[in-house]
Design a protein around this ligand. Structure first.
Ligand SMILES: Cc1cc2nc3c(=O)[nH]c(=O)nc-3n(C[C@H](O)[C@H](O)[C@H](O)COP(=O)(O)O)c2cc1C
Length: 192
């Protein structure tokens, strides 16, 4: 099995999402020790904004770099993505990566019957960390544009993601502990 681990937190040693993506990967590797893990740290090595020159499939050096990101994604059986919420949505570093892997003709197609996702069967696990609470009925729920975005994107590609969520992590030490506990329980429940 090939596993691609994507981290995008900018908060270094204090990151909530990074140890959780590690825990997800550790669980999957323990279940299948032959798993080949590739790690991509989008904070340490940010991708530039997508532009015309870097659009995958073109001739330029920038396009080749984008194509390499796309091929790395396509080659993975499982993709584990650390997705902290910054200003109500994903980090721009993660958006730049998404812009390399949502590619017409490679990961989705348009046809007479509408959109077809081209990556069915790829397993996508997304670790969400967010400071506030966004569940049903929460006052901030209307500002939740991370889970909705990533759920939509990977559903569009034919691979609806599994989520591990740590929320309320900025609401005080007790809430942080409860959020981590809940996230680790969700990791325990993930199929191996
Ligand atoms: C730049 C920045 C913006 C943030 N914006 C939000 C936000 O809009 N909503 C929220 O609930 N938490 C927000 N937070 C809190 C983070 O979601 C929280 O600290 C989370 O743990 C981030 O993941 P990380 O620790 O892996 O970096 C923000 C944190 C930072 C550093």
């Amino acid at each position: 099995m090939k596993l691609l681990q994507i981290d995008s937190s900018i908060t270094g040693a204090s990151s909530v999402s990074r140890p959780l993506t590690e825990a997800v990967v550790a669980k999957l590797v323990a279940a299948d020790p032959a798993t080949a893990v590739t790690k991509r740290d989008l904070a340490a090595a940010p991708l530039p904004h997508l532009d015309l020159a870097s659009y995958p499939g073109g001739e330029s050096e920038a396009a080749a770099a984008s194509s390499a990101i796309l091929e790395e994604f396509l080659a993975a059986d499982v993709v584990v993505i650390g997705a902290p919420m910054y200003n109500f949505t994903i980090p721009s570093q993660l958006k730049a990566w998404i812009d390399r892997v949502v590619v017409r003709g490679r990961t989705f197609s348009y046809g007479p019957d509408g959109v077809t996702g081209l990556i069915p069967g790829k397993r996508i696990i997304i670790v969400v960390s967010r400071g506030n609470f966004y569940g049903p009925g929460a006052p901030a729920a209307v500002f939740e544009h991370l889970e909705t975005l990533l759920g939509g994107v990977f559903g569009f590609l034919g691979a609806p993601p599994e989520f591990v969520i740590a929320e309320g992590v900025a609401a005080g030490p007790e809430h942080l502990a409860a959020a981590l506990d809940s996230a680790h329980q969700a990791i325990d429940r993930l199929a191996a």
